[in-house]
Design a protein around this ligand. Structure first.
Ligand code: SAH
Ligand code: SF4
Length: 367
């Protein structure tokens, strides 16, 4: 097997090129050809010396996960199901909006955190994705999307959210290396504000991220008190809410935005009462934040249901009245829903993301 060049950030590529007897500037050229221009054919990399190209052909290649399916919704949402071997599949979802194009990227096949309402968690942990498999989702999606554009030179993906399958903080090194490429001007050149990592609350890793690569942060809350959160997000037993809130405050000193996004999945009769909303207000009152209410996407055997529209409205009203910016995610891509469910079945149903990925955030009206 050749070395996968998608596994390297700039420093890694400099070291790799040095191993082939090449100068550091070669790594920069190579990085641009791969990520800026989307090339995998070394012969087409015209400013690389022929001898270097021959070495690369002998030792290196670009590998991305095989596409199992590729579906586009009427509203433009596009979903790829990708094979990562041993019967495991992950999903990558592109969500177009008027002012931006967001790619939802997976970090692990499965997830060990085992949140009560998450089908990925229910299906257990398979393995961490490699850096190449993580950034490869962006590489593949950006060029697939550009190919069907009238102006193929224009960037399509403006934002990345690490909100696909898996807990990114538990695959820290590979995720950070992949995000470094997302931010590198010689690769994708996205600003730290446009790359968001979502975590279930791995406190020590939040502190590490603050020091190593402070991108925008989303924290999956789902409950305002420890007793309930212990049940919904078992990791809460290890890192309870007081510690999590303190970690959010620390992160804010480094964050590219002056707020943390809190995600809260609306589960009927579980966490959606007015008392829960009031308790949530007290919990987050001192943390500059935005709250994102996510209607629960049901899956077979979950034993849970999504809160009613009325409940969600009432819940958000309490937050808005307390001057907390609150949004509700709106479902998109409905016409490819059924197909997702079917595909999920074919690949051991590891793809709850298929349902979650097709969402956009809309503000809740304050009226
Ligand atoms: N592991 C990370 C990132 C991936 S999950 C995390 O938990 O934050 C991304 C978001 O989707 C999380 O907020 C998660 O709680 C939410 N989610 C998981 N299952 C869901 C479901 N069935 N319906 C709605 N949202 C869900
Ligand atoms: Fe893992 Fe996130 Fe699902 Fe929890 S919600 S099981 S952390 S992917």
């Amino acid at each position: 097997m050749h070395t996968n060049l998608l596994d390297f950030d700039m420093n890694g590529l400099v070291a790799y090129c040095a191993g082939l007897g090449e100068k550091p500037f070669r790594a920069k050229q190579l990085l641009r050809w791969i990520h800026h221009n989307g090339l995998s054919d070394f012969d087409a990399m015209s400013d690389l010396a022929r001898s270097f190209r021959e070495k690369l052909k002998e030792h290196a290649a670009l590998y991305t996960p095989t596409i199992l399916s590729d579906k586009t919704s009427r509203d433009g949402t596009r979903k790829w199901l990708l094979d990562v071997g041993a019967g495991n599949a992950i999903e990558t979802v592109f969500i177009p909006e008027t002012t931006r194009g967001t790619l939802c990227v997976s970090s692990q096949a499965g997830c060990a955190v085992n949140c009560h309402f998450c089908s990925t968690g229910k299906q257990g942990f398979a393995r961490n994705l490699t850096t190449g498999e993580i950034v490869g989702q962006l590489w593949m999606a950006e060029w697939a999307l550009r190919m069907v554009r009238a102006v193929p030179d224009e960037r399509v993906i403006s934002n990345v959210v690490m909100m696909g399958m898996g807990e990114p903080m538990l695959n820290f090194d590979n995720v950070v290396r992949a995000m470094r490429l997302m931010l590198d001007d010689h690769a994708y050149g996205l600003s730290r504000r446009r790359v968001t990592l979502s975590t279930s609350g791995v406190v020590p890793m939040m502190d590490r991220l603050a020091l190593e690569l402070p991108v925008a942060l989303a924290v999956s809350l789902h409950a305002p008190e420890d007793a309930l959160r212990d049940k919904l997000v078992p990791l809460n037993k290890k890192y309870p809410l007081a510690e999590l809130m303190a970690a959010c405050q620390r992160y804010l000193k480094y964050a590219p935005r002056d707020f943390i996004t809190f995600e809260y999945c609306m589960l009927s009769g579980v966490n959606d009462s007015e008392a829960h909303a009031r308790s949530l207000v007290s919990l987050v009152r001192d943390v500059p934040c935005k709250l994102n209410l996510i209607p629960f996407n049901p899956f077979p055997g979950s034993g849970l249901a999504c809160s009613s529209r009325e409940h969600i409205q009432r819940f958000s009203r309490i937050l808005l009245d307390a001057h907390i910016v609150t949004t509700v995610r709106k479902t998109r891509g409905d016409d490819i829903d059924a197909a997702c469910g079917q595909l999920a079945g074919e690949v051991q149903d590891r793809t709850r993301l298929a349902q979650r990925g097709k969402v956009v955030t809309i503000p809740v009206r304050a009226a």
